[in-house]
Design a protein around this ligand. Structure first.
Ligand code: ADP
Length: 467
């Protein structure tokens, strides 16, 4: 069995006391279990003059190799090009898109440095699996250093249509570097179609009926691999967490009121301000819900060095204040807005007791919170998922109450529908959602990607055609 080498911007060192973690960590650990592996990436530390020689630690049969970034790389590569340019571009937020040539150069340079640090650690028959928008040109940089191993790439975030991608200066150079991979995986059919269309229209490459891209140097397979969670572990932890003192305290504090729950990173892509407005609209249009439902929004701060994120936070504080000021009673606050993260255990208990899971990003690669909410429910009395059609998860979770987050009235009505849904309808919808979450789990995600990457090895490297 070939060794798996995972490369991601941040390395998911095993977290103590955490039974459940995000899809990448769950999937990668499952992929490496039994066959060993190496996980390479940024340590998360910013240090002056960091070494190119990775620091290597071992845990549970996996080698973790990390390098630090210096302040300039952190600012220009990570905050700048990755999160100030590519993130808004790929999340269809062209109005927030910013570009600085020096940042684009720092992104290239960071990828070259990652490649230089990784190259000496590779063995001839490794399978290399690169993750996400921080590392698009990594295969190109590795190939320049002579890397012959099979390399796959998985994009966790969405991909907009070619005309949107084309606003990025030097977009052809950046996205044609995807053709140095043997396999490119995406979350949804829509994302895969966008990539194939871009390669055809903007790069002039031939795309085979099976989605294979014929580039100048090699064939690159493309495929759809929706990321998932470990639903059984999530259910187990939710059942246990329902008995935690945190969950009991939450229930006591609600005093029998219904609970709408949102759990997100504080990111403008998550549509939080639209949700706040929709909840306010619900209280306006359906006064019967006043004092009868509480909306708990947990929004962990994220990328606070970026002005757009600080602005989003201020905007939410204003809105929560406005709605609470208008509707609160001396014994009821409509929106509880919390600006910090909670452990997966605590969250699982909250998911289980919330009558409504509100997951309405304006655009999202997948959204694992939606899947975690579904997997945490009590089958006999499940809550209702209100989901945006613009989350990648909507492709699988179409039995949720789907609501366009830009339509505040529709979102308010979706909340009303969810809050009043009879138990039979809730069970029916949940059964379908649960089956989808079980099917598209983290294990299947990693297995199907690795199998596809091993499969493409048989394809000839040389180009057969281009136009
Ligand atoms: P993203 O990858 O954009 O952060 P996801 O919905 O896929 O969005 O969430 C990834 C993981 O982060 C999930 O496992 C989720 O439980 C966790 N998470 C999201 N928001 C919070 C929060 N406020 N506190 C703790 N964990 C969170």
């Amino acid at each position: 069995m070939k060794r798996i080498v995972v490369v991601s911007n941040r390395v998911g060192l095993p977290a103590p006391n955490s039974e459940s973690s995000g899809g990448l960590v769950t999937g990668v650990h499952a992929a490496m279990r039994g066959r060993g592996g190496l996980w390479f990436g940024w340590s998360g530390k910013v240090t002056p003059s960091p070494s190119d020689a990775p620091e290597i630690v071992q845990a549970a049969g996996i080698d973790y190799a990390t390098i630090d970034l210096d302040q300039a790389a952190y600012n220009e590569y990570y905050l700048g090009f990755a999160n100030g340019t590519l993130w808004p571009l790929c999340h269809f937020r062209l109005g927030l898109f910013e570009y600085e040539r020096t940042q684009a150069e720092a992104y290239e340079a960071a990828n070259e440095r990652f490649a230089r640090a990784l190259m000496p650690l590779l063995r001839p028959d490794d399978l290399v699996w690169v993750h996400d928008y921080h590392l698009i040109p990594l295969a190109c940089a590795l190939r320049r250093l002579g890397c012959q191993q099979r390399i796959g790439f998985f994009l966790h975030i969405p991909l907009p249509p070619p005309r949107a991608l084309a606003i990025l200066p030097r977009h052809k150079e950046l996205f044609s570097s995807l053709l140095d991979y043997d396999l490119v995986g995406l979350q949804t059919v829509e994302d895969a179609d966008a990539l194939r269309a871009f390669c055809r229209q903007n790069l002039g490459h031939l795309v085979m009926p099976d989605g294979t891209l014929l580039g100048p140097q090699r064939r690159t397979a493309t495929g759809v691999f929706p990321i998932g969670i470990d639903p059984q572990a999530q259910q187990r932890i939710a059942v246990k967490s329902a008995k935690l003192s945190t969950t009991r305290r939450l229930l006591d504090s609600l005093g029998g009121r219904k609970l709408i729950l949102g759990v997100d990173r504080l990111d403008y892509s998550k549509g939080l301000s639209y949700r706040f407005r929709a909840f306010g609209r619900l209280l306006g249009a359906h006064p019967e819900w006043r004092s009868r439902v509480t909306y708990l929004q947990i929004a962990a701060p994220s990328r606070i060095e970026i002005a757009r994120y600080r602005e989003a936070r201020l905007e939410l504080e204003r809105q929560a204040g406005r709605i609470n000021g208008k509707y609160a009673e001396f014994d009821w606050v409509p929106i509880r807005y919390i600006n910090r993260g909670f452990t997966p255990k605590t969250l699982a208990g909250f998911y289980r007791v919330a009558q409504v899971g509100l997951v309405t990003p304006l655009r999202d690669g997948m959204n694992l919170v939606a899947k975690e909410y579904v997997a945490s429910q009590n089958a006999a009395d499940p809550g209702v998922l209100v989901l945006s059609p613009f989350a990648g998860a909507a492709a699988e979770l179409d039995s949720a109450v789907i609501a366009n987050p830009f339509d505040i009235d529709a979102l308010a009505e979706a909340l009303h529908t969810a809050l009043t849904m009879p138990v039979e309808a809730r069970r029916e919808r949940w059964a379908a959602l649960h089956a989808a979450v079980e099917h598209g789990n983290a294990e299947r995600w990693q297995q199907s990607f690795i199998a596809a990457l091993e499969g493409v090895s048989a394809l000839p490297r040389a180009a057969t055609a281009s136009r």
